[in-house]
Design a binder for this molecule. Structure first.
Ligand SMILES: [Ca+2]
Ligand SMILES: [Ca+2]
Length: 220
């Protein structure tokens, strides 16, 4: 029995590795993605930094004043997906962005997004994902403190988490910049929220089943 439990753990780790490439997909073509304007592409950005007030960025709301949206390549910073991304630490400091998505109470949802730092004197970027409120919601996930390997080296990291929807038919999803509020950093792009793929679950199930069968054979 000890061998069986060890093998099950290794199978679960294996399934996580299988799931990892999903986050590298474009959220715009990801089946079942519930997030509107998931890549901050609409309306199409002007070249450079776009300072946009509430309701100008399709699907999203913002507090802290305004969105700061960058076009692909501005300041040498390639968007993670498409031709635009956000800097949550805007020109007026840290902001939160949010939208409501349709959810089913009790259902688990998988969340993927990409984040990056913008170097400033050895400081860091950090982004929090919340559900329920942009200032008082439930904190689901907080990225580590994100730094660059070298000054000016912009590097995206893909993150994945999950939450279980509460009562009602909608959930407010929130992304909040929580790095030092200095108008630099907390870049975000390529957001998806969706019900876990049945195929992934089936693979995990089959993997576990295979392990269990093999372990049983060893025992007998
Ligand atoms: Ca984008
Ligand atoms: Ca900052």
């Amino acid at each position: 029995m000890r061998r069986l439990s060890t093998l099950v753990v290794s199978a679960v780790v294996g399934s996580a590795l299988v799931a990892a490439p999903v986050s590298a997909q474009s959220c715009q073509t990801m089946a079942g993605n519930l997030v509107a304007n998931c890549s901050f592409e609409n309306p199409g950005p002007s070249a450079g930094a776009n300072y946009e007030f509430r309701n100008t960025l399709t699907g999203w709301n913002v507090d802290g004043g305004q969105f700061e949206r960058w076009s692909n390549g501005f300041n040498g910073f390639t968007s993670r997906d498409g031709v635009a991304h956000l800097e949550l630490d805007s020109n007026v400091g840290n902001t939160s962005i949010w939208q409501y998505i349709n959810t089913v109470a009790g259902q688990t949802y998988t969340v993927n997004f990409s984040a990056a730092h913008r170097s400033l004197n050895g400081q860091f970027s950090q982004i929090q994902f919340l559900v329920g409120g942009h200032s008082n919601g439930n904190i689901v996930f907080t990225t580590p403190q994100i730094t660059d390997a070298n000054p000016g080296e912009y590097k995206w990291t893909d993150y994945q988490t999950s939450f279980v929807a509460g009562a009602g038919t909608q959930t407010k999803i929130v992304f909040r910049g929580i790095g030092p509020s200095n108008t630099y950093g907390d870049h975000i792009d390529n957001i998806s929220v969706r019900v876990p793929e049945p195929t992934s679950l089936a693979l995990v199930g089959l993997g576990l089943l295979g392990v269990a069968v093999r372990a049983r054979r060893r025992v007998s």
